[in-house]
Design a protein around this ligand. Structure first.
Ligand SMILES: NC(=O)c1ccc[n+]([C@@H]2O[C@H](COP(=O)([O-])OP(=O)(O)OC[C@H]3O[C@@H](n4cnc5c(N)ncnc54)[C@H](OP(=O)(O)O)[C@@H]3O)[C@@H](O)[C@H]2O)c1
Length: 418
């Protein structure tokens, strides 16, 4: 992707006041004044050399393990784009549980380890989701232009990097970014799409009974859970939402209130879900079952999943899409025999690969709701990434991802220059 000689010539032109003479092997010496900022943002350095080489950093791993042990910040150069290539600058990238599982080597999809970035050992760039800005395009690029915002068409491309170079066919352009933020775009393609598809594709809702049918879910305060609450509210589906108790009753009530604010019909704790009284609670919510619970969304597993299944009306579906408790899903045989429940799994990566256009449409639908103020931002803990940010502070943020009871999802926010 880049030649070593040219990479050596690619330097940070903002660092020195004196004119700089650059000479890459085989290239004429060129005069360049310092600090010509590529970005109009004050104080933002430019990392593009006079030959168009972009300086980049990426969080990479060359073996599986805990992020703090295996992730490294690798600096490299990106050559000017040619043909259908597009050079991108990171705006924001979330730290999702699956990203960490991938680094640990316990996730089914494993990006290939490669040497394209010039690392000593073959490596993969971490991260699956993110919003990028187009900063340069090759001569035959037709679908995106400089300044556009894009997301990756597929997962597994490696998004935890300041800059990337992709083929235009790997990108989804955000057609109308007006009124949208990097946070909203960087978190749209995995969790909201997962919630959207599970609700739409696993249940034939009776739209004539709008407001009289329910879904139940655990992990309701997760990114997927929050998306499911808001989409269900939008589509006239009532929701029972299960969350884990917080340290104090006040904190638990605050979390419940937060989800009610998003449109949750009912919010209960895991302890309530597993209690003897839960059947009565459900009868209270659903007018003694006159309003059926037709879909369960499970990202926890274990007893929590079993308890969700027991609330379902005959012929309903329980969709498992995560396993946060690491406990297997076990199901009483009666639910299969006498209630004819269906148990499914959903994986957005696989689904998106099969249905690229539908994925794009789904993203656009969610962004439309976001613009209309009907889809609220997820809470995040921002990890600011500037050019000089050291790798250890980034990996420490990544390590937190699976710790549980967090105030918000980790979000890498790149504020360095082009
Ligand atoms: N299959 C797919 O296509 C797909 C797509 C997206 C996400 N997912 C999966 O969905 C799940 C949620 O992802 P996300 O990005 O939405 O999550 P997130 O926003 O990072 O939130 C994590 C959620 O997991 C809960 N949690 C953490 N540890 C737990 C434990 N030991 N037992 C029970 N709950 C626990 C948290 O509850 P507390 O706040 O109580 O800690 C929180 O609700 C993950 O398993 C992820 O891999 C799957």
């Amino acid at each position: 992707m880049f030649s070593r000689s040219a990479a050596r010539a690619a330097i940070d032109i903002s660092r020195s006041n004196a004119p700089i003479f650059l000479k890459a092997r085989g290239a004429p010496a060129t005069r360049q004044r310092r600090g010509t900022p590529s970005s109009s943002l004050p104080g933002v350095r430019r990392y593009i050399s006079v030959y168009g080489y972009t300086q980049a950093k990426a969080l990479v791993y060359s073996r599986y393990g805990e992020p703090k042990d295996v992730l490294q910040l690798h600096k490299h150069s990106i050559s000017p784009p040619h043909g259908s290539q597009v050079t991108l600058r990171l705006l924001a990238a979330p730290l999702n549980p699956a990203d960490v599982n991938q680094i640990q080597g316990v996730y089914p999809s494993k990006p290939p380890f490669q040497t394209a970035l010039g690392t000593q050992e073959p490596c993969a760039v971490a991260g699956n989701e993110g919003a990028f800005e187009v900063i340069a395009t090759g001569s035959s690029v037709r679908t995106v232009s400089k300044g556009d915002w894009v997301v990756m068409k597929q997962t597994g491309q490696g998004t935890w990097r300041t800059h990337a170079q992709m083929n235009e066919t790997q990108l989804i352009k955000i057609e109308n970014k007006d009124g949208l933020t990097p946070l909203q775009i960087s978190t749209v393609s995995v969790n909201p799409v997962t919630a959207y598809r599970m609700i739409k594709d696993f249940c034939e809702w009776d739209w004539l009974r709008s407001g009289e049918e329910w879904l139940i879910q655990n992990g309701a305060n997760s990114g997927v859970g929050r998306a499911a609450i808001q989409l269900a509210r939008e589509w006239g589906i009532k929701t029972i939402n299960v969350v884990r108790e917080r340290k104090t009753a006040e904190e638990t009530e605050a979390l419940k209130a937060e989800l009610h604010e998003l449109g949750a019909t009912a919010v209960v704790t895991e302890a309530e879900l597993l209690s003897r009284d839960f059947k009565d609670m459900v009868n209270g919510f659903t007018r003694n079952g006159k309003e059926p619970i037709r879909l369960a969304l499970n990202c926890v597993g274990g007893k929590s999943a079993t308890a969700l299944a027991k609330t379902l009306a005959p012929g309903s579906h329980l969709v498992t899409y995560g396993a946060m408790s690491k406990q297997p899903v076990s199901l009483p045989s009666g639910l299969l025999i006498f209630k004819n429940l269906a148990f499914d799994g959903f994986w957005v990566s696989k689904w998106g690969d099969k249905h690229p256009q539908l994925k794009e449409n789904t993203i656009n639908d969610v962004l439309q709701l976001t613009r209309a103020g009907k889809f609220k931002d997820i809470p995040v803990e921002e990890i600011k990434w500037v050019w000089d940010t050291d790798g250890s502070s980034l990996t420490a943020g990544v390590q937190e991802t699976l710790s549980g009871y967090r105030g918000g999802k980790g979000l890498l926010k790149y504020e360095g220059g082009d």
